[in-house]
Design a protein around this ligand. Structure first.
Ligand code: UD1
Ligand code: MG
Length: 401
């Protein structure tokens, strides 16, 4: 328990360091032209962007200073940390992957990468992690749920497919947070809820047989939470800073790292239910079945100070089969607002942008920005509770745990 307590104390220090650092660096970011305009405000002032780089650096420094703590025994017993020590190598690889992602996220904020590059970038950053997994565990078997065991046996070896799955998990986690964004406090807010859920899960499991891997995950989650909560104070409505893609990528990779090395990637995905839903809902726009504008965030109505559903106009006849089918399906299921007869010649359709933010606005009507964030974060909390119900009472029906 001691390493966790020391880690928690260091995290408190990291929290205060973040609180102090962000306001001091704000002007420096604006001078470097790393800033954005808040699209849902009447005042169009420049707001420093990419502040995730500050929390990311403080997080990394905290963990670098923490490294001697769990490996202290090796040093005092003159049994120096040897490089074949699994946990030590895992920690370094995890930090390397997170560090890589932080750098690439920052590059994205500065250079505005294209979508296919964003996907490639996350895959590259996950390589150190996958390599260590390969050398240390190379366990690619998954336990089959009870009802399927009569056909598949107790475990199934997925082989290289398991590595594809883990790589995709890293790509998914990094991008899923980035596309559920656009209103003040949402990127950090959702990450804080996910991190709290992961930390709560780790704390419970700390008393179980797999306590080591959960302790390992806590080492990452506590400083992550501390720095992110401090960032949230500046990013909450009305935002004084934006977190940038740097924060989304760094967060996604941190979650992927603990999920993979902590062997709880399925549970991690359960904590990502809103992000999975938002991704699936976004598929027609992300894969260009229908046009996807540069920004899909809700439309700000200055006269009411509320956010409304944002839309995109296009000619349905010019879309492919998949585009027409998805618009038809969404309209039939009432999952999107589709209006025909738009445009000057009346030959276009106006379709709401396919994000969870717009869906909430579609169902609940226009609302204030802060209220929308609260709705989405409440949804995130409810999904975490559902995840715990699935993991504990329900999983007993399918697995012997
Ligand atoms: C993603 C979304 C995009 C969304 C954007 C907003 C997809 C495919 N992409 O793009 O639809 O519009 O995030 O984060 O879903 N901003 C605000 N208020 C906020 C946060 C951001 O106005 O609370 C604006 C600012 O102008 C900021 C910009 O969004 O500068 C940042 O956008 P960026 O992170 O570059 O967009 P993407 O991640 O590419
Ligand atoms: Mg972004």
């Amino acid at each position: 328990m001691w390493p966790v307590v020391i880690n928690a104390l260091m995290s408190v220090a990291a929290y205060f360091a973040t609180l102090k650092t962000i306001p001091r660096l704000k002007d420096m970011f604006i001078r470097a032209n790393l800033c954005g305009i808040d699209m849902s405000k009447t005042k169009k002032e420049r707001i420093p962007e990419a502040q995730g780089v500050v929390t990311g650096c403080i997080f990394l420094i905290t963990l670098f200073l923490f490294i001697p703590v769990p490996f202290n025994q090796h040093i005092t017993e003159k049994n120096y940390v040897n490089l074949t020590d699994n946990e030590f190598v895992e920690m370094l690889a995890a930090l390397l992957s997170i560090c890589c992602m932080l750098l690439l996220g920052f590059v994205d904020d500065v250079l505005d990468l294209r979508w296919r590059h964003k996907l490639l970038v996350a895959t590259i950053a996950s390589l150190p992690l996958l390599m260590v997994y390969y050398v240390n565990f190379n366990s690619t078997s998954v336990v089959v749920p009870k009802p399927f065991r009569q056909w598949c046996g107790l475990t199934v070896d997925l082989g290289w497919l398991f590595y594809v799955y883990m790589g995709m998990l890293a790509v998914f986690c990094t991008n899923a947070i980035n596309i559920l964004a656009g209103v003040n406090g949402l990127e950090v807010g959702q990450s804080v809820v996910i991190a709290c859920s992961v930390a709560a899960f780790n704390l419970v499991e700390l008393f179980g047989g797999l306590w080591r891997t959960h302790q390992f995950s806590l080492f990452f989650m506590l400083p992550y939470l501390a720095t992110s909560v401090a960032l949230l104070r500046f990013n909450w409505y009305p935002s004084q800073v934006f977190v940038g893609d740097t924060f989304c990528y760094f967060s996604g990779m941190t979650f992927a790292v603990v999920g993979i090395l902590g062997h709880f990637s399925k549970m991690l995905l359960l904590f990502f239910i809103p992000q999975v839903a938002n991704f699936l809902y976004s598929v027609p726009q992300l894969f260009h079945f229908i046009p996807c504008p540069r920004h899909r965030l809700p439309r700000y109505n200055a006269s009411t100070d509320r956010l409304e559903v944002s839309t995109t106009r296009f000619r349905l006849s010019q879309q492919g089969v998949l585009g027409r089918a998805s618009v038809g399906l969404l309209r039939a299921l009432r999952l999107a607002h589709v209006e025909e007869g738009a445009g000057e010649d009346g030959d276009q359709v106006e379709c709401s942008n396919l994000t969870l933010l717009n869906l909430v606005l579609l169902w609940r009507g226009p609302m204030h920005e802060e209220s929308l964030v609260r709705h989405l974060l409440a949804l995130q909390v409810v999904c975490s509770l559902v995840a715990f119900v699935i993991r504990y009472p329900i999983a007993f029906l399918f697995y012997d745990i």
